[in-house]
Write a protein that binds this ligand. Structure first.
Ligand code: 13P
Ligand code: SF4
Length: 400
């Protein structure tokens, strides 16, 4: 991996560096300032080879014994991604993870990612045991959107439809009309906008602004952000593009608008990943968590990937695009979770019922939208209005 990003070498930054660097955490008034410190302190260190081998063997054995399957996000450590794939599980973006967890027959789901991913799995499959390597693995978007304040924000605007990004707590999900992930957010908002609905969006302000610009929808935005994507720098990215004029720039829409403005491809982790095989370019500049480079390099081993800069000239670290909470997931945590049934996601049953409704709407929408696109392959760019007409013709009703 190191060779491929030689222009912007990245290393996991030191705790001190991150404390001063991630100023946005302060802007979001994350009350518990220990949260980041705690996360960085728990980031997994590489294991000796022999220990790693033994852990992997034991995890494989336990997955079979417990009728369990492992589901991983693209941002977690490479060995966890590989293990999930080798054992019949999956690696994906957050929408794909949710779909897989819901439909897979295993009794136990081992979710390597952040807490909202484990909670979504539990909400969709309450009868399954959902384990995580570390339950402290949260997300700055979730932390920056406490239920009481968010609920008040919604109560103050009762005429608006509440659309919430999946990176939130189960309580915030239960307050929403719709849940979206980055791979289906534009389509859902476009559809709601076509119905004349005004929207409350939370929590990611950058993703919200991006969707607003794409759809023209009337959206009131909660002011949260992702501490990882918020750090990408536009001017440095522009310089990097000049040096690599043949490179395609891939950007996750949680990044600031001035960074998104430089992108050739904007989208969820899965969409960015697809781009590396879809396009003939040999070089890609990647603005998202660098965990994704593992799968990108597997899929396009002869191509070059350059990490988009997160720091200006003179900084000690040129790209620090690592989510500390994702990096808390490790083999030891997986092993202990399976062995002792540690770190089990537990949610109140009434909360599950309420939080499930808007998630199911998203899954239902996603399935129908996919079908609509397949049936209309010949006509590109059919908008939300056509989808509405198609839904009515299919006797699904125009509303969800
Ligand atoms: P995706 O849905 O694109 O996988 O994004 C999840 C996430 O946390 C991005 O930071
Ligand atoms: Fe949350 Fe950002 Fe980490 Fe994704 S990368 S889990 S949005 S903090």
């Amino acid at each position: 991996m190191k060779n491929a990003i030689e222009h912007y070498p990245y290393e996991k930054p030191s705790l001190d560096f991150m404390q001063t660097y991630l100023t946005d955490a302060k802007e979001q008034q994350i009350q518990n300032s220990c949260t980041l410190q705690h996360a960085w302190a728990k980031v997994q260190q590489p294991l000796e080879q022999e220990k790693q081998r033994l852990y992997i063997e034991e995890i494989k054995q336990l997955l079979k014994e417990r009728n369990a399957v492992m589901v991983a996000h693209y941002y977690v450590e490479p060995e966890l991604q590989d293990l999930a794939l080798e054992t019949g599980g999956m690696v994906g973006d957050s929408l794909e993870m949710a779909k897989f967890c819901k439909s897979h027959p295993a009794e136990t789901l081992l979710v390597a990612g952040v807490r909202f991913m484990g909670e979504t799995a539990k909400i969709l499959s309450p009868h399954k045991t959902v384990l995580m390597p570390d339950l402290d693995a949260t997300c700055s978007l979730d932390l920056g959107c406490p239920i009481n304040e968010f609920s008040k924000f919604c109560d103050d605007h009762p005429e608006r439809t509440v659309v919430v990004y999946a990176n939130t707590s189960a309580e915030v999900k239960a307050r929403a009309d719709w849940i979206v992930t980055s791979s289906i957010a534009i389509e859902i908002v476009e559809y709601l906008h076509a119905q004349g609905q005004k929207i409350i969006w939370g929590p990611d302000r950058h993703l919200g602004s991006y969707i607003q610009a794409q759809t023209g929808a009337d959206m009131l935005l909660w002011q949260g952000s992702c501490i990882v994507h918020n750090e990408f720098k536009s001017i440095e990215l522009e310089h990097l593009k000049q040096k690599h004029s043949d490179a395609l720039v891939l950007v996750h829409p949680e990044s600031p608008a001035e960074v998104v403005a430089h992108a050739d491809v904007i989208g969820s982790t899965s969409k960015l990943l697809k781009a590396v095989t879809q396009y003939d370019n040999q070089t890609f500049i990647v603005a998202t968590d660098l965990g994704i480079l593992h799968e990108m390099q597997k899929q396009a081993p002869h191509k070059q990937f350059i990490a988009a800069p997160t720091a200006g000239n003179g900084a000690t670290c040129k790209s620090c695009a690592f989510c500390p909470w994702m990096a808390m997931n490790g083999l030891e945590g997986c092993l202990n979770a399976l062995k002792y049934q540690h770190n089990c996601i537990e949610l109140d049953s009434d909360l599950i019922i309420e939080a499930e409704k808007p998630i199911l709407k998203m899954l239902d929408f996603s399935e129908k939208y996919q079908k609509f696109n397949q049936e209309n392959k010949h006509a590109l760019n059919l908008g939300a209005q056509s989808f509405k007409v198609w839904l009515t013709e299919q006797q699904h009703g125009a509303k969800f």
